[in-house]
Write a protein that binds this ligand. Structure first.
Ligand code: SF4
Length: 77
């Protein structure tokens, strides 16, 4: 570990289920329109943030390595 991840939410895709906030309340927040936003553009790599991305029903959460930009989630085919 020790990696940093860049976090993005595709707001055209997010349906506001709030599951990401349930998984990683430190990393995601719903706005008044029930759209998810990353609390910070970068976060420490961690299971909760990954679980949030994996658990998003519409795959609106994109994680990439902050250093280099390689995809973390969704993984490269
Ligand atoms: S889990 Fe996905 S759809 Fe639900 S609020 Fe988070 S980003 Fe949006």
């Amino acid at each position: 570990m020790g990696d940093r991840w860049h976090v993005e939410v595709d707001r055209g895709v997010c349906i506001g289920s709030g599951m990401c906030v349930g998984h990683a309340p430190d990393a995601f927040r719903l706005d008044t329109a029930r759209q998810s936003h990353p609390v910070a553009a970068e976060t420490d790599a961690g299971e909760r943030v990954l679980a949030a991305a994996e658990g998003c029903p519409v795959e609106a959460i994109l994680l990439t390595l902050a250093d280099g930009g390689e995809p973390v989630f969704p993984p490269e085919e």
